[in-house]
Design a protein around this ligand. Structure first.
Ligand code: ADE
Ligand code: ZN
Length: 340
């Protein structure tokens, strides 16, 4: 079977997806009209033309502004539901999604409005589309510790809906130690932890996320390649890296996909996974990310399947759910082998 068709049908698990990053320009216009919000663009095409980024910050500036169109619980529901329909097209069977409460609470939107809209769509996704999911709440690292503590406080009554806390936004100048105390409190409250580290920032952010924030996964982490000892330690511990290939080329972490180190890290035995990060901004969803890797780097179908195996192992689901997904993936692979 040809590789694009294999990729399309391959069962996929997404572990690094910002729900605010799934806001397509068409929906941005729809919500702006519905909520009477002025946009600095006149057409969705104009919006797309503005997506020329030079680094992470140049993206974040546009991304936070776009989130202003999200006001009501139904807006968060519609956003999440549209993403789930894309998951269905790409055969994503499980997704763990980030949301950034501070992006919304800073504009006067209630925490409850945000999480209730997302949660209701995910519940419908489980029931109607058979897509399982988890929610991860991220702290914005450009804001202060006090704001993060207040966000954690607001999350406590939604503990049953949130599996983990994470750390995102501008990595340079905002190291993990700034959030060591709030992550400690989150761990005491029973949340798992993850953090963006080694996307643009130095290797020390990966070490500190492991040591100070006690993370269960590193988001991005591609800069680990700067430190041979760290690469070996990540391979040994099977600490997962949630890598986002199209994001990394769009934000110039790598100039081209041919220079991306994801396949090299996979072949060195690291638990690397493929994810879409902010697909409405970076040129594609899960299938597009797998295709982009396969088009520019040398990977076998077995390698591509290994990304899905790694993602199952790295996910925040029960062992029995992991076994179920592994069985589903392996039976797909047996079926594919008998066709080729
Ligand atoms: N928020 C949304 N996407 C992000 C990324 N790639 N890095 C850091 N923060 C983000
Ligand atoms: Zn991200």
């Amino acid at each position: 079977m040809d590789q694009p068709r294999f990729i399309q049908r391959l069962p996929k698990i997404e572990l690094h997806l910002h729900i605010e990053g799934t806001l397509e320009p068409e929906m941005m216009f729809e919500l702006a009209q519905r909520n009477q919000i002025a946009l600095p663009y006149t057409t969705p095409e104009e919006v797309k033309a503005a997506y020329q980024f030079t680094n992470l910050q140049s993206f974040l500036d546009i991304y936070y502004q776009a989130a202003n169109v999200l006001i009501h619980e139904q807006d968060f529901y519609d956003l999440t539901w549209a993403y789930l329909l894309r998951c269905q097209q790409d055969n994503v069977v499980h997704s763990e999604i980030f949301f950034d409460p501070q992006t919304h609470t800073a504009r006067g939107i209630d925490f409850d409005t945000v999480i209730n809209g997302i949660y209701r769509a995910l519940k419908d996704g489980r029931e109607q589309l058979a897509i399982s999911s988890q929610i991860i709440m991220c702290f914005l690292r450009h804001l202060d510790e006090e704001s993060a503590f207040s966000t954690l406080e607001q999350a406590l009554k939604h503990k049953n809906k949130i599996i983990a806390v994470g750390l995102d936004s501008s990595e340079l100048g905002h190291p993990p130690e700034k959030f060591a105390r709030v992550f400690q409190k989150a761990l005491e409250e029973g949340f798992l932890t993850v953090a963006h580290a080694g996307e643009e920032g130095p290797v020390s952010n990966i070490y500190d996320s492991l040591e100070l924030l006690k993370v269960s996964r590193i988001d991005h982490g591609v800069r680990c390649a700067d430190d041979e000892q760290l690469v070996n330690a990540l391979a040994k511990s099977q600490m997962p890296l949630t890598v986002c290939p199209l994001s990394n080329t769009k934000l110039k972490v790598f100039e081209t996909m041919r220079e991306h180190n994801i396949v090299d890290l996979l072949q060195r035995g690291l638990c690397v996974t493929i994810n879409s990060d902010d697909p409405a901004y970076f040129g594609g969803y899960m299938t597009d990310n797998f295709v982009a890797v396969a088009d520019s780097l040398i990977v076998s179908n077995q390698d591509l399947a290994q990304f899905s195996r790694n993602a199952i192992n790295a996910s925040f689901i029960s062992d029995s759910e992991k076994q179920r997904l592994h069985r589903y993936l392996e039976s797909f692979l047996v079926g594919e082998a008998s066709f080729s």
